[in-house]
Design a protein around this ligand. Structure first.
Ligand code: AMP
Ligand code: MG
Length: 401
């Protein structure tokens, strides 16, 4: 059995590098991963401009009680005239500074009468001017390669006039659920059957990661059906996730089927709870991860072990989100021979201390723990963990993005 950290690392490294970049329009770039560093082509702002509605002048021209003739009015988008000494220019937020002016006085401190402006208090030289390049200097790295583009990044790219971008292709994920007992939601269910929750769950997880759930198939527990389904998914997708049938039961046929397809089986069992049976194979160069069938296990293994691999395949610079710390508020001591990941809720108190409260039922089939939980608290193996102990915390807000 592999320990959790080694397994996580192995899986992350097993993700092939992303395919060649493609070009997308800026308006289509939300959620995509930048394939090449974006370098500023412009100074931002591109010219000195006013941070306020008010008047521009030379600070040296200010004298108490003196009126300055208003030489020009500069509206946003207009090109100003040079400002003669001893005069002022009316301007507005974003108006360009007239050549010669060095200071802006906000309109609240000014009175304009008969074409002259009177300034109530001495200005600080240079005040309220946004300097050319003070935000971004031309040639500076705006965003490194591997950045996930969101609204903030898109704003920065748009401000540089970048209309198209090189991004990595979206990773196509194929999902295969297995099991004779399963029936799809919306279909009639016999007494002895259960609804398939892992298929829709994994599709949604892949989508939240910015991947494409390209196809979701289900196969009963027979080798021929499994093989056909794997073949189809491998043909259509970059990464295949199967779920269930990966344990040691008589009908657990995923492992032999992958072997029959020529799969190189890299990893088998991980010393973690939930989620002990996890398999990684490469078939024709494509990674296949066999997830455990219990929905909570599949969810946890996806969050902790599949997402770093997926991020790598997406070309993201940071495959591992931050792991935080929190104080466990457990009603009982925990001790196990595998690392345990508890479904917990997190709350931060006034002192900034994070408290982690476990869901009362921690079984790997307890689906009600999933919508309830904020994250996973990690308890080390072979160690007694008690209420008040500091433990590692994997926040799903970060681990599932
Ligand atoms: P398995 O690893 O195939 O033995 O599955 C372990 C447990 O997870 C069994 O109770 C299965 O019924 C359940 N399970 C497997 N796949 C799914 C699924 N797609 N949706 C809901 N439960 C599942
Ligand atoms: Mg099964």
């Amino acid at each position: 059995m592999l320990d959790f950290d080694s397994a996580q690392k192995k899986l992350a490294e097993a993700g092939p590098a992303p395919a060649a970049p493609q070009t997308v329009a800026l308006m289509q770039a939300n959620g995509r991963v930048l394939a090449r560093a974006a370098t500023a082509v412009l100074d931002a702002p591109p010219a000195d401009n006013s941070a306020m509605d008010g008047y521009a002048l030379r600070a040296a021209d200010y004298a108490e009680g003196r009126g300055l003739p208003v030489h020009q009015r500069v509206y946003a988008g207009e090109a100003p005239q040079p400002l003669p000494p001893g005069q002022a220019a009316r301007l507005f937020t974003g108006s360009l500074m007239p050549p010669g002016a060095d200071t802006v006085v906000m309109q609240e401190d000014c009175t304009e009468t008969d074409g002259e402006v009177f300034i109530a208090r001495p200005p600080r030289p240079g005040q309220h001017v946004r300097r050319r390049g003070e935000d971004i200097a031309r040639g500076a790295t705006l965003l490194p390669a591997g950045t996930v583009l969101g609204p903030a990044q898109i704003a920065a790219l748009a401000s540089q006039g970048m209309a198209t971008l090189a991004v990595y292709p979206r990773v196509r994920v194929g999902i295969l659920t297995t099991g004779d007992e399963l029936v799809a939601a919306g279909q009639p269910r016999a007494e002895q059957q259960i609804f398939n929750s892992n298929g829709p769950m994994l599709a949604a997880l892949a989508e939240d990661m910015g991947a494409v759930p390209q196809r979701v198939l289900h196969a009963p527990d027979d080798a021929a059906s499994l093989r056909r389904a794997f073949e189809q998914l491998l043909a259509e997708c970059d990464l295949v996730l199967s779920v269930g049938g990966v344990s040691v039961g008589e009908r657990d046929l995923v492992k032999p089927t992958l072997a029959a397809l020529g799969g190189q089986l890299d990893l088998w069992k991980v010393r973690m709870k939930p989620g002990k049976p996890v398999a990684l194979a490469h078939v024709g160069g494509k990674p296949v991860v066999g997830l455990p069938g219990n929905p909570v296990s599949a969810f946890a293994v996806f969050a902790l072990m599949v997402t770093p691999m997926l991020r790598r395949m997406q070309g993201r610079a940071e495959p591992f989100p931050a792991v935080e710390r929190g104080v466990l508020l457990a009603g009982k001591p925990y001790r196990g021979d595998r690392e345990e990941f508890l479904r917990v809720r997190s709350s931060v108190n006034e002192q900034g201390v994070r408290a982690l409260t476990p869901y009362p039922q921690q079984g790997s089939g307890v689906i009600s723990s999933l919508p309830w939980a904020h994250g996973l608290a990690r308890l080390p193996a072979d160690t007694t963990v008690e209420a008040g102990d500091l433990v590692r915390y994997y926040d799903l807000k970060h681990w599932l993005r």
